[in-house]
Ligand binder design. Structure first.
Ligand code: NAD
Ligand code: DAU
Length: 354
């Protein structure tokens, strides 16, 4: 029985990946889930349908930088595991305002580690053995690849943006709390996620929403930068598997073996929109090349063979199946993203460092 009688803290559970993890845990395991989320602009309770009546679910509005607040929650719920997904996640925003990234991603992870350690030390030997702290990170900590090669778990860290530098720092803290204090931690580093409930600032939902509005589709630079796309529900399954069966102290790369140039991604979205939401001209006509992102990493590509080999994980979606599902989801679920626009989110360019 998966996670029977277990309580799992999911920080950032109202965000894109955190909400997918919570939906997956509630649907497929017996875990009691406590969603700990500060509820920033990126949070959305509409991404957790049906949770309010679920006896296995609790929500706590809580910033991970607040040690006293976290201490109270550890005492109240006595968790068996923590999955740390709370973060500032958008590279462009980190260019304009790195301070929040330093606070949440570094200071917040430090504070969460300290409170997890304080709580863990109060547990029985048996409970200490079973406790897990899983930190969710990104492939961006490894920097940028040339045209060949892949990121593995032993690739040296070389972050290039304020976002990725803050994530790299948090990864190092998690490792140090294991090495120094024996806290049972694990780290995952994942490539670009996409799928339902993705906040409209990120490439794929941004292009779908602008395409549906008949607005220009802004491709940074020449569109030849490459990302390695992973369907978010495949990621949620991978994280659950790592929590259940991963080896303490290890890191696991998660990726879907779906490298695509940004231009290919945008053209694919355009072609799908031509089918499901035709306009008078082709959606490709809306593609506009705009000024590049400062410090724009050229290519990310994950070698996920450790996760596949050791834990038996396999991505179920490839890019073509996943992008088709995603475009249809945004066309069908317009109230979900229109509510975000109505709350004041403007789909305008940020991150030019001006
Ligand atoms: P997101 O921006 O969609 O959601 C982040 C969530 O964290 C939001 O609900 C927000 O309210 C919450 N949060 C922010 N600051 C907080 C704080 N101080 N205290 C408590 N909660 C706070 O992010 P996401 O895309 O779901 O990413 C989740 C995690 O996965 C992040 O750590 C990110 O670095 C990592 N990651 C993301 C991707 C991706 O493609 N989206 C890929 C690899 C790794
Ligand atoms: O690789 C994992 C990372 O993927 C995560 O750690 C981050 O949290 C997540 O946001 C994502 O970072 P990226 O910077 O790769 O994602 P973003 O969606 O912002 O951009 C993807 C690519 O598309 C990138 O090369 C920049 C480009 N882009 C983006 C936008 C928003 C455009 O060309 N036009 C756009 O309008």
């Amino acid at each position: 029985m998966r996670f029977k009688a277990s309580t799992i803290f999911v920080t950032g559970g109202a965000g894109f990946i955190g909400s997918a993890v919570i939906r997956h845990l509630l649907r497929n395991t017996h875990a009691r889930v406590v969603n700990i989320d500060k509820f920033t602009y990126a949070a959305n309770s509409d991404s957790l349908p049906g949770t309010t009546d679920n006896l296995n679910y609790a929500f706590e509005k809580q910033c991970i930088c607040d040690g006293a607040g976290l201490r109270h929650l550890f005492a109240k719920y006595q968790p068996d595991a923590v999955m740390n997904l709370a973060a500032e996640s958008h590279v462009d925003r980190s260019i304009d305002g790195p301070g929040e990234f330093i606070q949440t991603n570094i200071v917040g992870t430090f504070t969460l580690l300290q409170e997890a350690l304080r709580y863990w030390r109060t547990l029985s030997n048996e409970k200490r053995e079973q406790f897990r702290f899983l930190h969710i990170s990104t492939d961006e900590v490894f920097g940028s690849l040339g045209d060949d090669g892949f990121f593995t778990e032993t690739t040296a860290y070389a972050p290039n943006s304020p976002y990725s530098a803050s994530k790299a720092s948090s990864d190092h803290l998690v490792r140090a709390w294991r090495e120094t204090y024996d806290l049972p931690t694990l780290v995952t580093n994942c490539s670009n996620n996409y799928g339902p409930y993705h906040f409209p600032e990120k490439l794929i939902p941004h292009m779908i929403i602008k395409g549906l509005a008949g607005e220009p589709l802004p491709v940074y630079g020449d569109g030849k930068n490459i990302r390695d796309w992973l369907y978010v529900e495949d990621h949620a399954k991978a994280l659950t598997l790592v929590l259940e069966h991963g080896t303490v102290g290890e890191t696991y790369n998660v990726g879907g073996r779906n490298e695509r140039t940004n231009l290919h991604v945008v053209e694919s979205i355009c072609d799908l929109l031509d089918e499901v939401a035709p306009r008078s001209g082709a959606h490709r006509d809306l593609i506009t090349f705009v000024a590049d992102r400062p410090g724009h990493d050229h290519r990310y590509a994950i070698d996920a063979s450790k996760l596949e080999r050791e834990l038996g994980w396999q991505a179920e979606e490839n890019f073509e199946s996943g992008i088709g599902k995603t475009v249809r989801w945004y066309v069908d679920k317009q109230p979900w993203w229109r509510a975000i626009l109505e709350r004041g989110y403007a789909t305008k360019r940020v991150g030019l460092s001006q």
